[in-house]
Design a protein around this ligand. Structure first.
Ligand SMILES: C[S@@+](CC[C@H](N)C(=O)[O-])C[C@H]1O[C@@H](n2cnc3c(N)ncnc32)[C@H](O)[C@@H]1O
Length: 881
């Protein structure tokens, strides 16, 4: 496909042209012409109007044959009489089988295998009704679809759009035919192993819009009365203005569930003329939308008569274009590909080519008055007849004036050129969006230099640590705390888990900033990083740092040789002092046996869920070196946070891995959550800042699915409900650690050992939380998103929590969130509650998590249980202590 080839920091728009009634076959020549006009692709019908009329004839012959048959043959017996409850549909016993549609002949299809076929998107016939309540119509529709799919796949087509399920049939409940439809799609997917099947769906479900869109010769009205009439219960009547915001999403969810989240199945989403509520936009942003289709009617006219999109629709497009796999666009019924006649007018051609590339005059791109026109219903896609007439007139005039025969395409290219540039976080995370990674285990494994290098790129984390250490040093002096360095003249700082040393550098800088002398120790168990620490010490730190290669839990504390105790700090050699023998029993007695104590313990051992890289266990293990009276830890505490999410892409990815690895759905993953929807939210109306207005972005740090513009300048931000699961504080209470020591080796107080195994020495680090989340709109929970917050010192905090990150540590990039998957997603209706139970388990040798979700629907005051997930456990892949 032709690429518009713009700057890599800006998203590329792939734009196709679609005609619902394309009269000419898509030849090589038309395709080249379309590309010359800056379209990237074209759609084509798979079959011709001739084929359509052939099917209609076959059907009407069959139906008249049926009606001519009389008497016993078609009389319904008591056992096969259609019941008044039409949910139970059975055909009469003796009805002849449905007619068989003969194979395609050349007149039935414009398609033929050739070189250009891969640049064409094929469209299955829109007049079929796969979801018809009449089994005959559903059967014929399925035959048509199968014939078309098979032939298109044979020709080498890569993408086929099939009409979405019809959700309303005269007088019937909505969506009853979805099972039939989904089964047909499942069958269609088998037509070719590489075929992408795209289901054409409006963003919201509205009965009138569906009826308006009925194409000529649709099979739907042929459904027989006995299958469509009566049933008042929950019926959806034409003329009803009722819009079901999640109706089409619901249908999509059933289809893809029946098709087992097949990665070849995706959505063509029709952009409505008016913006749907933010919650619906967010939902679709989490789904595999491969194409956004924009019908001519979805464009507004600005004061000069040029087609433009509402501000709200511009924002929807911007958010979609920030996804890892952004959708393509189809401009539908916006006029034919301009013919050759324009080539005869070089001036016109040049002007038009410039327009098609998106170089438009300001008047051509000015927004329509008010940005959003007033609409009685957010789902409506069509203008009123008066609007339509005026629009056609204006369009013709504007076209004449501008000599631009493709004004809609030109406008889209203009939007492309004016997309906000990717933010640093988006650039840093490019390629990692929704990419599942096993969490690091820096305790059990030795990290590579490149991994440290990535950490060190963080523009915020180290800065905040320096700020925290500086404050702590100032307070040390202000509160006149005694210093534990040689001759009481310096504050002893130990950076435990020093890696390649960035926090050591920051500690030295903090000392300069606070003008407080320090004695710095760098403790690291990774022997490879230890080499770099020593080199840094020689080359950058003037040899003033004591570098120790040790597991921090086995480190006995600072120790100065005689010369250091005599001389000023910094003039001694950095070589590691020979340590005196230490008695095991002295471990909890800091400062005894000739070892000094540490005043400030600096560490960065946090994982995406705070404690999942075993910071609590490591810091407990090194607490014996801390000044028992005044010693502090940076960080001083951290909390783990959770929220239920819909994450269809992640679910599909994990489901694919499961046959080869049964632990795949029982593993927490580190992942830059992107195409997700927060299921429990609270609406907050915010005015965008001037910077956000200029950038066209919403609230920083909140994934694109969350920010939805109401289109009037005010942004409705759906703030996720993210709750604290648990907290750890350092230093841990001395009694807790003493008790833990007593339990080691089955000591006197241990009783029956730990609940999850072992002696129970680490049981004080086990945790449990039960959290309840209200969900206003129906949805499906695929798992839990996990985040953390940490207090480094005082009010210096880091956060990955989307709600507080912008305020606490905006632009921090070191951690992606964690994802706890569910093996089987849980569907829930509007007004439900999800209860999450999560455990941090330990058996003294390792730590793992267990989690489960329960769904309840709220019927008045009553909570009725809908479903419960398995109890998931990561014990098999637990973090080794
Ligand atoms: C997340 S890295 C942080 C490195 C560095 N402080 C930074 O901020 O770039 C954690 C470091 O702690 C080290 N580490 C983890 N557990 C340790 C332990 N028990 N004793 C010593 N070092 C440990 C790892 O080898 C790793 O270098």
């Amino acid at each position: 496909m032709a690429s518009a080839g713009y700057d890599e920091h800006y998203p590329t728009f792939y734009i196709g042209q679609h005609e619902t009634q394309r009269s000419l076959p898509v030849t090589d020549e038309i395709l080249r012409q379309a590309q010359a006009w800056n379209y990237d692709m074209l759609t084509t019908p798979i079959t011709t109007p001739y084929f359509h009329s052939r099917v209609l004839t076959l059907l009407s012959n069959y139906l008249s044959e049926l009606s001519s048959l009389s008497g016993d043959d078609l009389t319904l017996s008591s056992s096969n009489t259609l019941p008044s409850n039409l949910s139970d549909v059975r055909p009469p016993k003796s009805e002849p089988p449905a007619p068989v549609i003969p194979s395609l002949s050349p007149v039935d299809t414009p398609l033929t295998p050739n070189d250009t076929i891969s640049q064409i998107i094929a469209c299955a016939s829109s007049w079929i009704d796969l979801a018809s309540p009449d089994p005959l119509i559903a059967n014929i529709s399925r035959q048509v679809l199968n014939l078309e799919m098979a032939y298109a796949a044979f020709c080498g087509v890569g993408n086929i759009v099939i009409p979405g399920p019809r959700l309303h049939h005269q007088g019937r409940n909505t969506g009853e035919g979805i099972a039939q439809y989904a089964r047909a799609v499942q069958e269609a997917l088998a037509a070719g192993p590489f075929l992408q099947v795209l289901i054409n769906l409006p963003m919201v479900d509205q009965i009138d819009a569906e009826l308006d869109e009925d194409v000529m010769g649709s099979l739907a009205p042929f459904a027989r009365d006995q299958y469509t009439s009566q049933s008042t219960l929950g019926s959806s009547k034409p003329g009803s203005k009722k819009v079901d915001m999640f109706g089409t999403w619901d249908a999509w969810h059933i289809i893809r569930t029946m098709c087992k989240y097949n990665s070849r199945l995706s959505v063509v989403l029709n952009l409505p003329r008016h913006h749907p509520p933010a919650a619906v936009q967010s939902r679709w942003l989490s789904e595999p939308v491969r194409i956004i289709s924009i019908h001519q009617n979805s464009f507004l006219k600005n004061s000069k008569g040029y087609p433009v999109l509402s501000k709200a629709n511009q924002n929807i497009i911007t958010r979609f274009m920030r996804l890892r796999t952004p959708p393509w666009f189809l401009l539908s019924d916006v006029g034919p590909i301009p013919g050759f006649e324009l080539n005869n007018n070089p001036q016109a051609t040049a002007a038009a080519a410039a327009s098609a590339a998106g170089f438009l005059s300001p008047s051509a791109t000015a927004d329509a008055a008010g940005g959003v026109s007033k609409s009685p219903s957010p789902g409506a896609s069509s203008p009123t007849p008066a609007e339509a007439a005026a629009a056609t007139q204006q369009s013709a005039e504007a076209s004449k004036r501008s000599k631009d025969p493709t004004p809609h395409l030109s406008y889209m290219r203009h939007l492309q050129r004016n997309q906000p540039a990717k933010t640093p976080i988006e650039r840093f995370g490019a390629g990692y969006q929704d990419y599942l990674q096993a969490p690091l285990q820096p305790l059990a494994d030795n990290l590579e230099s490149i991994t440290y290098e990535v950490f060190e790129k963080d523009p915020i984390k180290y800065e905040w640590y320096e700020r925290a250490i500086t404050r702590a040093l100032r307070d040390w002096v202000d509160y006149k705390k005694p210093m534990s360095g040689p001759r009481g003249r310096s504050v002893v700082i130990a950076v435990v888990g020093a890696g390649r040393g960035p926090l050591v550098t920051r500690a030295l800088r903090a000392s300069e900033a606070a003008r407080v002398p320090v004695d710095v120790w760098a403790v690291e168990k990774n022997q490879n990083a230890y080499v770099l620490l020593q080199r840094h010490n020689e080359e950058d730190w003037g040899g003033c740092v004591h570098v120790v290669k040790s597991d921090m839990r086995a480190w006995k504390g600072p120790w100065w040789d005689e010369s250091e105790l005599q001389e000023e700090r910094g003039t001694t050699s950095s070589s590691i002092p020979e340590e005196p023998e230490l008695d095991e029993d002295d471990l909890s007695l800091a400062g005894s046996s000739g070892f000094g104590v540490v005043d400030i313990l600096v560490s960065e051992l946090l994982g995406s869920f705070a404690d999942n890289e075993l910071s609590p266990e490591c810091l407990d293990g090194v607490q014996h070196v801390l000044n028992p009276m005044h010693g502090i830890s940076i960080p001083s505490s951290y909390t783990a946070h959770l929220t239920p999410i819909s994450a269809p892409k992640l679910h599909a990815d994990i489901a694919l891995r499961t046959p080869a690895d049964s632990s795949a759905p029982e593993t927490p993953y580190v992942v830059m959550l992107h195409a997700i929807d927060f299921l429990s939210t609270t609406a907050v109306a915010t005015e965008p800042t001037a910077a956000q207005e200029a950038e066209g972005t919403g609230t920083p740090s909140i994934p694109p699915a969350l920010n939805a513009s109401a289109g009037s300048g005010t942004t409705t931000t759906f703030q996720p409900n993210i709750k604290i699961a648990w907290e750890f504080e350092h230093p841990a209470p001395t009694n807790t650690l003493l008790f833990s020591q007593l339990r080691k080796g089955g000591g006197i107080q241990s009783g029956g050992g730990g609940l999850a195994g072992g002696d129970g020495a680490n049981e004080h680090n086990a945790r449990f939380a039960k959290l309840s989340f209200r969900c206003k709109d129906r949805g499906v929970c695929h798992g839990l998103g996990g985040y953390f917050e940490t207090v480094l010192y005082d009010d210096v905090e880091l956060s990955t929590n989307p709600v507080s990150m912008a305020h606490k540590s905006k632009d921090m990039i070191s951690w992606f969130p964690i994802y706890f998957p569910l093996k089987a997603p849980i569907y829930f209706p509007d007004h439900s509650e999800l209860d999450v139970s999560i455990w941090r388990q330990t058996d003294d040798r390792k730590v793992w998590y267990e989690w489960m979700v329960e769904a309840f629907v709220l019927l008045g005051e009553k909570r009725v249980r809908l479903g419960v997930s398995d109890l998931h456990s990561s014990k098999k892949n637990g973090c080794l202590m």
